[in-house]
Write a protein that binds this ligand. Structure first.
Ligand SMILES: Cc1cc2nc3c(=O)[nH]c(=O)nc-3n(C[C@H](O)[C@H](O)[C@H](O)COP(=O)(O)OP(=O)(O)OC[C@H]3O[C@@H](n4cnc5c(N)ncnc54)[C@H](O)[C@@H]3O)c2cc1C
Length: 471
């Protein structure tokens, strides 16, 4: 059989049109397209794609079902391993994971695993197909802190094992970054996130919103008077960083977190009841997914938008697809450029940003070439809005209110990579709270490992208790 080296293209909204709306950019495969793309899979004897997936979806098996037109069967296979396939099909960096190791990629385009996964999950949702819920309760209670991808995955996996699981979420909607960070045009909230959260609820998981753990309820209280047998902490890394340069306190200078939360969770773009800056010219500082999302949001809210990043295009940490989409939509990339001062007008509002040109030197400890300032190259970009998208750290609230819970110097909770076990007995953790800002699928992988870690821990405890009783 001749190799088909080109992937089936996917329909997208026209860049000129989508730059003015918040509708989803990528329209996804039709059934015919998904089947045609699935037929490109070589059914490798030793498939590498599965080893590239942190939640170990049986990729060759579900792709084979799609190729045969058995979409429901494909969904069953995916949902055995993943609670959030419609989310992952949209936002996972597949190019570095399953698709990055696809053998077809050596000669041509890797199989479009993410787009096929998205099609299957959307099809299941449209046809009222849900993950299996035939579960036998085991009488044990686990509390999960945070309803992001880590918490939802841990909760879903524990519920499938028969646990009575309650998630405590600080915000008024579950989803974590999926609802407050990633914009509607990449990840629709009602159509996708809410539906997959409902699938987790259908497994019997209870979600209590507006509960800030460490404030309303401590970990000790959960393990004590609240009667939980174990606790999983998946509280993410939502604390924004700033540059600490002069002028950063001017009006119109925002963290990406605040800006995106107002726009996504509070729905500012759709007339939600929250103020948001509508700049004429916006400078976004940073080069990751968060910077791309902020820039594309500012553009859609009417601003001419710049990305200012201190390294070059090659080092941009954002997904290639997001950079490509941002460029198509008209975002201006000012690379090898670093801000040194925010310029404030007399009324206290930002009037510009002073930057310096950079060049790349030798690689630093991260392996990327170190940016070095070019003396005398300072210049100004006039603007009335600056968004800082420089990365985030975990919030110290839970560790600071939990005795014996160790963190590292980056405020991340220290947890065993294989089991999620922390320094405190009965307390497990995973996702961004442990790694610092990472990806949806890595957080899900950590939630999955912790669910198994909790199950093993409680089984061990029960066995020890039984031994003691017998003795
Ligand atoms: C704008 C943006 C775009 C991104 N784009 C991508 C992308 O395209 N692809 C990708 O793979 N990754 C992306 N990421 C990263 C990804 O979203 C995160 O790595 C992932 O969401 C981490 O999951 P988590 O469950 O660990 O944490 P989170 O998603 O942050 O969820 C943590 C949850 O815990 C809650 N919480 C925090 N403290 C408490 C408390 N004290 N009590 C109760 N609840 C609490 C929070 O409200 C939140 O709901 C992006 C991140 C951002 C910010």
């Amino acid at each position: 059989m001749a190799l088909n080296l080109k992937r089936v293209p996917v329909a997208e909204q026209d860049p000129k049109v989508r730059a003015h709306n918040f509708e989803e950019v990528c329209l996804g495969y039709t059934q015919e397209e998904a089947i045609e793309e699935a037929k490109r899979c070589l059914n490798c004897k030793k498939p590498k794609c599965m080893t590239g997936c942190p939640v170990e979806i049986n990729i060759p098996a579900f792709i084979a079902q799609v190729a045969e037109g058995n979409i429901e069967e494909a969904y069953k296979i995916i949902s055995e391993s993943s609670s959030l396939p419609a989310v992952c099909g949209r936002v996972c960096p597949q190019e570095n994971q399953c698709e990055g190791v696809c053998v077809l990629g050596n000669k041509g385009d890797a199989v479009s695993i993410g787009r096929i996964e998205r099609f299957v999950a959307d099809w299941a949702c449209a046809n009222g197909i849900h993950p299996a819920t035939d579960i036998k309760p085991n009488g044990r209670k686990v509390a999960v802190i945070g309803a992001g991808p880590a918490g939802l995955t841990c909760a879903g996996d524990l519920a499938r094992r028969g646990y009575d699981v309650t998630i405590f979420e600080a915000l008024h909607e579950p989803g974590g970054v999926l609802v407050y960070g990633i914009p509607e045009f990449r990840l629709p909230k009602e159509k996708v996130v809410a539906k997959e959260v409902d699938n987790v609820r259908n497994l019997g998981v209870k979600i209590e919103t507006d509960v800030v753990a460490g404030h309303a309820l401590t970990v000790e209280e959960l393990l004590g008077e609240e009667g939980f047998d174990a606790v999983f902490i998946g509280s993410g890394a939502g604390l924004p960083r700033f540059m600490n340069i002069p002028g950063e306190l001017a009006n119109g200078v925002l963290s990406a977190n605040e800006y995106l939360t107002r726009n996504n969770l509070m729905r500012a773009y759709a007339g939600g009841d929250t103020p948001i800056v509508h700049g004429k010219r916006c400078v976004v500082v940073g080069g990751g997914n968060v910077a791309m999302d902020s820039a594309r949001t500012a553009l859609r809210l009417g601003a001419e938008t710049y990305i200012v990043y201190r390294r070059s295009m090659e080092e941009l940490p954002a997904r290639a697809e997001e950079v490509h989409h941002a460029q198509e939509e008209g975002i201006i990339f000012d690379l090898l450029t670093n801000p040194v001062e925010i310029l404030e007008a007399e009324d206290g509002w930002v009037r510009g940003i002073r930057c310096i040109r950079m060049e790349l030197g030798e690689p630093d400890e991260s392996g990327r070439r170190r940016p070095i300032e070019i003396p005398g190259s300072e210049f100004e970009i006039p603007c009335d809005e600056v968004i800082m998208a420089l990365g985030t750290s975990p919030n110290p609230l839970i560790p600071s209110t939990t005795k014996g819970l160790d963190t590292n110097r980056r405020q991340c909770i220290i947890a065993d990579e294989a089991t999620g076990q922390t320094s405190k007995e009965g307390v497990f953790a995973g996702g961004d709270a442990v790694t610092g800002a990472a990806t949806v699928i890595l957080a899900m992988g950590a939630g999955k490992k912790a669910a198994k870690g909790i199950d093993d821990y409680l089984n061990r405890k029960e066995a020890e208790k039984a031994e003691q009783t017998e003795a």
